[in-house]
Design a protein around this ligand. Structure first.
Ligand code: SF4
Length: 294
């Protein structure tokens, strides 16, 4: 083996390792293949650590309504049904639209002034990605960069989300990314209930049109909106939940991960569950977090 890797290979390997470090993976080991030269080294697989399947934690001490999951699930992909939504559902206003499409939904928004967020926004951030995506990420609302560009998750948190998506073996163009509210809340505050109530029926239409296999909620606002619950995300993060017959996984928002890098390992475990359901290749190895991220 040469003393030093060629520069191009060194750079490529550094970029790949930076990806994994950013999502909280620090421990790597190579399969027992002795690479004889740099070319062979490049071909040798890097094994991504993955946690062994763990029993799902109980969602809360409160009783779960005994109801069969509406999505076919193997024992390791159990779907938890949260208690029923309030009598008047947030989504009652989302009447079915015949031959609905993302274009039609965007046209229906128009230059929307339905809630007070319109007065401070620059651009409506409708959503972006594959209109037939099997995987949709839903965040809470646009930030400054998104408001300026009219695209979701393009700031620092967005770059981290892109790294997470690529670590799953996907590209951003493979998935769809959107938010609960389409206009930036001032000073990046949380969207308020009346704003969520006004905007989220359009989100429901987006999800119905795209018809993904899996929805990943990024952060509490998104998860609480779709699940119509006030429970903290820590009660159900990382569990399979049901959203109108689709599988939903709630995990932490990338902005939270920028402030709390130690939580990246938890998010990676959640995304590995998503990968398994989507049939994306997951290599088994040592448990993630065997070496805690600093
Ligand atoms: S947040 Fe939604 S409902 Fe409110 S103004 Fe923007 S697009 Fe309209």
């Amino acid at each position: 083996m040469p003393d030093r890797l060629p520069d191009a290979l060194h750079e490529k390997l550094s970029r790949r390792l930076n990806y994994y470090e950013d999502i909280g993976i620090r421990l790597f080991y190579r399969d027992r293949v002795i690479a004889r030269d740099a070319e062979e080294f490049e071909r040798a697989p890097v094994t991504i650590p993955i946690s062994q399947e763990e029993p799902l934690p109980k969602i809360s001490p409160k009783p779960i309504v005994p109801q069969a999951p509406s999505v076919a699930a193997t024992p390791s992909q159990k779907v938890t049904i949260l208690p029923p939504a309030p009598k008047v559902s947030l989504f009652d206003a989302a009447s079915k639209v015949a031959d609905d499409s993302l274009l039609k939904i965007r046209e229906d928004y128009g230059e929307c002034t339905r809630c007070k967020l319109h007065s401070t926004r620059n651009k409506i951030v409708f959503g972006d990605g594959n209109p037939k995506a099997k995987l949709v990420f839903v965040g809470e609302g646009p930030g400054r960069d998104e408001d300026a560009q009219g695209l979701p998750f393009v700031g620092r948190a967005g770059k981290l989300l892109t790294q997470m998506i690529e670590a799953m073996g996907l590209q951003r163009s493979d998935v769809y990314i959107c938010n609960v509210v389409k206009c930036r809340p001032p000073e990046n505050r949380l969207p308020e209930p009346d704003e969520i109530k006004t905007c989220s029926p359009f989100l429901l239409r987006q999800l119905d049109v795209i018809d993904p296999k899996v929805i990943v909620c990024l952060g509490a606002c998104s998860a609480q909106t779709l699940l119509e619950t006030n429970r903290g995300i820590s009660h159900f993060r990382g569990q399979w939940l049901d959203f109108r017959g689709r599988k939903l996984m709630a995990t932490y928002h990338p902005a939270y991960l920028l402030r709390n890098p130690a939580a990246k390992a938890d998010v990676w475990k959640d995304l590995q569950k998503v990968m398994a359901v989507l049939g994306l290749q997951v290599k088994k190895g040592k448990p993630a977090g065997a070496e805690k991220p600093s």
